[in-house]
Design a protein around this ligand. Sequence first.
Ligand SMILES: Cc1ncc(COP(=O)(O)O)c(C=O)c1O
Length: 349
Amino acid sequence: MNNLESLVRENIRNLKPYSSARDEFKGKADIFLDANENSLGSPIQSQWNRYPDPRQTELKAAISQLKNVAVDRMFLGNGSDEAIDLLIRAFCEPGRDQIMIMPPTYGMYQVCADINNVGIISCPLRPDFNLDVDAILSSSTNSVKMLFICSPNNPTANAMKQADIELILQNTNAIVVVDEAYIDFSGEPSLISLLDKYANLVILQTFSKAWGLASLRLGMAFADPYIIHILTNIKPPYNISGLTQQMALDAIKNLELKDKMVATLLDQRKYIMDNLRLLKMVDQVFPSDTNFVLVRFKNSKPVFDKLIQSGIIIRDRSKALHCENCLRFTVGTESENKRLIKKLKSLDI
Ligand SMILES: Cc1ncc(COP(=O)(O)O)c(C=O)c1O
């Protein structure tokens, strides 16, 4: 058994996966009476009466071209949230194993671990929001099966140093999940190119952020083919709807529109950051590799309350570690950002 095989839970390693009607028939036919669908159609007169391709063959081929990653290194989930949950379920034995998280970070790693009765070791980011590599490696015992590194990180907005992540990859046998949900907004490159080098690296990306398709629920995991094989075995057979597959294919054909939106959002991010820096109530505007900005106020509470009162909803992160008095602003449209800045300027705080 190699390292990856030995990391997978025994029942998952030995699982005989569900085989759907669409999995079993691969030839050509024109009468499909195998999946208990409604043969007549649907009230909306379209093709939605049929189950979708459980392997997402066409969509995966398009993403493979887009990302330059082989199809057998790619898993698609109902949002990257599904991939996070499936990874924990595949590798972590409930009541025995642990994951490691680096707070302050995205909340779903902890929630998924809690749901699965998997323990959590916290190794906080340093106050400058970088990884504490020594602490991570020294607390990475055998029962820690998986480390979650969010880069660029939510809510701190910074990308982690590649050298730090590689040092961790080189010194642990555990699975290292690098969540790149915000990578399209970053000046730093994706770590996808490291997949060949590290069998224990998993990269998560999503269509929910730069692609503007949060409602479709489409996330990607890139990893060693064995990890992809295990995730594919344990996923619900039709986890990506036909509508999602079709819409995502359409979106990929319009790649340049996505790039244009990213460029606009980056301009708008600069506008927000430049203007926030001029406000007396602001203590620090943190650098951002994402489509949001983390800001430390001298006193965040009245700012948060007054913005809410005026119908502008932002995220209060002041209770998160190292984030005292911090609020998180998603970059909006030009007019939303103007309204936000105007409102902040008008506050007598
Ligand atoms: C770091 C991070 N990862 C993953 C997600 C979830 O992405 P998805 O919509 O693909 O489930 C989010 C959403 O906010 C996020 O901030």
